[in-house]
Design a protein around this ligand. Structure first.
Ligand code: NAD
Length: 383
């Protein structure tokens, strides 16, 4: 039996809705496997600005440090869009990553075969599935470089500096190669070494690290080509390792291949087992408060927490399997409502069905599925 302290930063927009679903799933999983999760809420983002005047109050950072892991919803929204630079809610994300030393962001992009028709790519491109792990550097590069505005003879000039040290590239490359050793043993390192000095250093260091992993095949790819290849032939990728900004963009692109941004989880990790887990989507202000958000990205983020921070592999699989089963049964949220389940009659006639659920209902279905699959209280469970 394990006891784990989880700091929960619900944030703004759909953040609270999807975090509630993820906590419900974690609680049920803990109940079944005999673990106890202590959830403690903390403020960050727009709601923190409203309530404390700061997007990342010190109390939040302290609570995270005193916890075993962090579950984060999303931050930001139009209400705070007029604030400038450091005062914006999104600054809280950079602050959390920096304060907590979370330099590696793992973003798996996997197609649920039940949602194959939600993928905008042709069937022959998807084949028997897509399973990519994007390893994004998270505390360096242009998002953390020197930035500012200054006057010039052509009016105001704004700048953001992209820079990487050897140590920063080395540690993220090690993460990528370690991950590849547990997968298909292929790493594609994405950069812009034909133009940028920081990318030339990136390429050199990744190549040096690769010498310690003779079993792993390393390929270098320019980011513009990588963006194209993700659409043309996504199955060529196993692990992609890249910088902060390139990873940000490519992982959103990869999310669309899987059908919806509402499906993809992420883990932000540092040196130890501590991690911050969050869906890759934002606060989706356009659908906030309507109970229409897809909670699956947040729920799968909680599975990543169990696997990466707590070493609870069976428990993580149990959550992932429950998500797969619920999708196979034809349950959908609004973002994936067009991805119907196809049913074949005995005569071979095809018809389609899908049952559209709200965020809360989808969370409860997955929770119930975890319960049913583990034969505990199975008699109380209905689908
Ligand atoms: P977004 O990811 O919030 O939304 C993009 C589109 O995807 C919207 O149409 C939205 O409705 C949809 N969507 C997102 N998540 C969904 C879900 N779980 N279920 C169903 N549909 C979903 O990106 P955006 O619109 O560019 O940004 C909105 C706000 O979120 C901005 O303030 C932005 O800065 C912030 N943001 C925060 C994070 C974060 O907290 N990690 C990440 C990205 C953007």
């Amino acid at each position: 039996m394990g006891r784990f302290k989880v700091a929960v930063i619900e944030g703004d927009g759909i953040g609270p809705e999807v975090c509630r679903a993820a906590c419900e799933v974690l609680e049920k999983t803990g109940e079944i496997f005999g673990h106890e999760f202590e959830f403690n809420k903390a403020l960050a983002g727009g709601i923190a600005i409203d309530e404390t005047g700061e997007c990342l109050p010190e109390a939040t950072v302290n609570l995270c440090r005193a916890s075993d892991s962090v579950l984060l919803g999303a931050v930001g929204g139009p209400k705070w869009d007029d604030l400038s630079g450091e005062a914006r809610p999104e600054t809280a994300l950079l602050g959390l990553r920096e304060e907590l030393g979370l330099y590696a962001n793992l973003r798996p992009a996997t197609i649920h075969m039940a949602l194959k028709n939600a993928c905008p790519l042709k069937e022959e491109i998807i084949g028997d599935g897509i399973d990519i792990l994007i390893v994004r550097e998270l505390t360096g590069g242009i998002y953390f470089g020197e930035k500012g505005w200054k006057g010039s003879k052509n009016g105001m000039k704004a700048y953001d500096v992209e820079s990487y040290s050897e140590a920063e590239v080395k540690r993220i490359a090690i993460r990528a190669f370690d991950s590849a050793m547990k997968r298909q043993k292929r790493v594609v390192s994405v950069d812009k070494a034909n133009v940028m000095e920081s990318s030339r250093l990136w390429r050199r260091v990744v190549t040096e690290v690769s010498h310690d992993y003779p079993e792993v095949e390393l390929t270098h790819m320019y980011v513009d080509n990588a963006a194209m290849q993700l659409i043309k032939d996504p199955r060529q990728f196993d692990v992609m390792v890249t910088s902060n900004i390139f990873g940000d963009i490519l992982s959103d692109e990869a999310s669309m291949i899987t059908g919806s941004i509402g499906l993809l989880p992420s883990a932000s990790l540092g040196e130890g087992s501590f991690g911050m887990y969050e869906p890759i989507h934002g606060s989706a202000p356009d659908i906030a408060g309507q109970n229409t958000a897809n909670p699956i990205a947040a729920i799968l983020s909680s599975a990543m927490m169990l696997r990466h921070s707590f070493g609870l592999i069976e428990e993580a699989r149990c959550i992932e399997n429950a998500v797969t089963k619920v999708l196979e049964l034809g349950y959908r949220t609004y973002d994936i409502k067009d991805s119907y389940k196809i049913i074949k009659s005995e005569e071979g006639r095809e018809s389609v069905t899908s049952m559209i659920m709200g965020c809360k209902e989808m969370g409860s279905l997955i929770t119930n599925m975890i319960q049913a699959e583990n034969k505990v209280f199975a008699n109380n469970t209905s689908f």
